[in-house]
Design a protein around this ligand. Structure first.
Ligand SMILES: *Cc1c(COP(=O)(O)O)cnc(C)c1O
Length: 447
């Protein structure tokens, strides 16, 4: 019996029911951890049929696994919801793996990507260095909410647009509908990294995105005990409209009996190719154990993200009025230049990751950081625990100081990922850290 009912489920119901079957062997209610490399064939004929795809059973866990498949079905429902009922999810070993697989499912040497400039540093490195070495070029758009800036960057070889709705650490929100409109008029797929918003706060398919990527290591899992990543294809992009632009999806394949991916899978051609040819050959497979842990985390996503967002707003509002704090970058605050976009894209909460800048520069940031007790000093985010990081000396050291300043990442900037603890306890910890900053300037000079 399947728990996927005919009537559409609300988000909170879908996060605990979508995509799971009661286990047929023993009736286990929770999808068991099928921690096995491969699956036995009954006989010669079944082995042949499984390879031919005639029998849909499993063969080897790099190509598919029941624990993994259950979490993929649930993620597809949560991201697709009502706007993309044909969405398909592919889970992989980390968020970086998801980004690599998502891009490699589209791009080949000679192709070009246009990305918003304000993105995760790991993705910037992937685009610039790793894909760059494969002959794929990238341009970054600084005024990412200006459609003409995207249009000017697009070339005949541009095959993907990329952006993040909530870039960290600056919370400079991306106007998804504006970029999606440019993508549509140019016939280019729009890939969105939705890690910081999660499908609870924002479903980019509703605003015209074609492919959504997540680091599942963050809010989706939430417990901070496993890495994971996911690529979700809305199943809407027309890959056959410009067959020369996407030759791998439009040329006959021996594996498909002479048909192309588009002929065999229609609008799901990208998901099929990315799963069968990219993820399974490059091989960044998610362990079934981590798929299980991800599934456990997903079941409380809405509760956690709502609490994360409430706490973040309380902490950001408190920080904003402290004399040692020069500015707070949180789109939930009326003072944010992105507050209006937050009203449109993030009406249910503005997430939990933001930065603030201390007036005292690096010495203040150092004193603050070392005085934290409840916040963990970590380069992770979206955990149930609150975390803090100093980007200028850690994640952003590959940028020059000029580049960092152009991105608004000064020496006094700290990034917080607010957890689900009691807001009062978090504020007490931050107040103690601000005491340490004040003590710097109040040191007696002599005697
Ligand atoms: C963490 C993160 C990634 C990378 O994910 P991993 O799971 O750490 O590999 C990609 N994009 C964003 C926005 C992230 O926060």
């Amino acid at each position: 019996m399947t728990a996927t009912l005919d009537e559409p489920l609300g988000f909170a119901s879908a996060q605990v029911h979508a995509g799971t079957d009661v286990d047929t062997a023993f009736g286990a209610r929770v999808t068991p951890v099928y921690l096995t490399a491969g699956f036995v064939f009954d006989d010669f004929e079944q082995a042949r049929d499984r390879f031919a795809g005639v029998d849909e059973g499993y063969t080897y866990s790099r190509s598919g696994n029941p624990t993994t498949a259950a979490v993929e079905r649930r993620l597809a429902v949560l991201e697709g919801a009502t706007s993309a009922p044909d969405a398909e999810a592919i889970v992989v070993g980390s968020g970086q793996a998801a980004l690599a697989v998502a891009f490699l499912g589209i791009l080949q040497a000679g192709d070009h990507v246009v990305s918003a400039a304000s993105i995760y540093e790991g993705t910037r490195g992937l685009l610039r260095e790793n894909l760059g070495r494969l002959g794929i070029e990238v341009d970054f758009v600084r005024n990412a909410n200006d459609p003409d800036a995207w249009r000017r960057a697009i070339r005949p070889t541009t095959k993907a647009l990329f952006g993040e709705p909530i870039p960290n650490p600056k919370n400079d929100l991306l106007d998804l509908e504006t970029v999606a409109a440019v993508a549509r008029e140019a016939g280019i797929p729009f890939i969105v990294d939705n890690t910081l918003a999660t499908p609870y706060l924002l479903r980019p398919f509703e605003f015209g995105a074609d492919i959504v990527v997540h680091s599942a290591s963050k809010f989706l899992a939430g417990h901070g005990s496993a890495l994971g990543g996911v690529v979700v294809d809305a199943g809407r992009f027309d890959w056959s409209a410009r067959p020369d632009a996407f030759p791998h999806l439009n040329t006959p394949q021996r594996a498909l009996g002479g048909r192309s991916y588009v002929e065999a899978y229609g609008r799901s051609a990208y998901a099929a190719y990315t799963r069968q040819v990219v993820a399974s050959r490059f091989g960044p497979t998610l362990s079934p154990l981590n798929a299980f842990l991800l599934q456990q985390g997903l079941e409380t996503l809405s509760l956690r993200v709502a609490q994360h967002s409430r706490n973040a707003l309380a902490v950001a509002a408190w920080l904003q009025v402290q004399p040692e704090v020069a500015s707070v970058d949180y789109s939930g605050l009326a003072s944010s230049p992105h507050h209006e976009l937050a009203g449109k894209y993030l009406p249910d909460g503005q997430g939990s990751v933001f930065s603030f800048t201390l007036r005292g520069g690096e010495p203040a940031a150092r004193a603050f950081y070392d005085a934290l007790r409840l916040f963990s000093r970590m380069t992770h985010l979206g955990d149930v625990r609150s975390l803090a990081l100093h980007p200028a000396s850690t994640t952003h050291t590959l940028l020059t100081e000029d580049e960092r300043l152009a991105n608004g990442i000064g020496p006094g900037l700290l990034r917080l990922s607010i957890g689900i603890e009691d807001a009062d306890d978090l504020i007490r910890d931050l107040a103690r850290a601000l005491d340490a900053v004040r003590a710097l300037t109040e040191l007696p000079l002599a005697g």
